[in-house]
Write a protein that binds this ligand. Structure first.
Ligand SMILES: CC(C)(COP(=O)(O)OP(=O)(O)OC[C@H]1O[C@@H](n2cnc3c(N)ncnc32)[C@H](O)[C@@H]1OP(=O)(O)O)[C@@H](O)C(=O)NCCC(=O)NCCS
Length: 171
């Protein structure tokens, strides 16, 4: 299969925060942001694989900053690494200041998607070649994150998570 780059899957979704999407503090409800991230990640996974893709795991979410009512929110998703049938998707969330127009990073997340055929059976995806320093850094850490996710899901024995264990053996 022809390799692709993370920018081939780059997906950007910009939308506003409406009153029905907020919590009692008038900030964006976490579940609403999770749904927006899932949607962008799904499109990125589809762009990379050109297959039906399903969310296999939400590996990490950090709600570092609250997002106030009326904010313009941009969700950017890119494939950071592929394995045989699964893809790690890295999602960065940006918030645009209403007055200055300046964008600041609000949150980030990492999801795992799997490409499947019409019967739901996992199917192979193209490899990926990172281009930028940040893409290389994310590519590098993805195997450890996959192993951690599989261990937590009870799908891999901790002893078999070689790269993840090596992280804790370092001085
Ligand atoms: C995701 C799904 C296709 C995996 O099926 P499976 O029978 O476990 O298939 P496999 O064991 O072959 O796993 C497929 C790939 O997913 C990876 N995977 C499975 N569970 C994972 C997890 N929790 N974390 C990270 N990767 C995972 C496997 O490592 C494998 O990756 P690889 O082929 O790139 O090495 C299946 O569990 C499924 O359809 N789940 C429901 C998906 C869905 O409906 N999502 C929306 C939720 S509402």
């Amino acid at each position: 299969m022809q390799p692709k780059t993370p920018s081939d899957s780059r997906t950007i979704m910009t939308d506003m925060v409406l009153p029905s999407e907020t919590n009692p503090l008038n900030n964006l409800f976490g579940g609403e942001l999770l749904a927006r991230m899932d949607r962008a990640a799904s499109i990125a996974a589809r762009r990379h694989s050109r297959r039906i893709t399903v969310t296999a795991s939400v590996n990490h979410v950090a709600f570092n900053r609250s997002v106030p009512l009326g904010s313009v929110v941009t969700v950017e998703a890119k494939i950071s690494r592929t394995f045989r049938t699964s893809m790690e998707v890295y999602i960065d969330v940006w918030m645009e200041d209403r007055f200055s127009g300046e964008s600041t990073k609000a949150n980030e997340a990492i999801y795992t998607f799997v490409a499947v055929d019409e019967t739901g059976k996992p199917t192979e995806v193209p490899p990926i070649i990172p281009e930028t320093a940040l893409e290389s850094e994310r590519f590098e850490g993805a195997l450890r994150r996959k192993q951690l996710s599989l261990v937590l899901a009870g799908k891999m024995k901790p002893n078999d998570a070689t790269e993840l264990r090596a992280l804790f053996m370092k001085e």
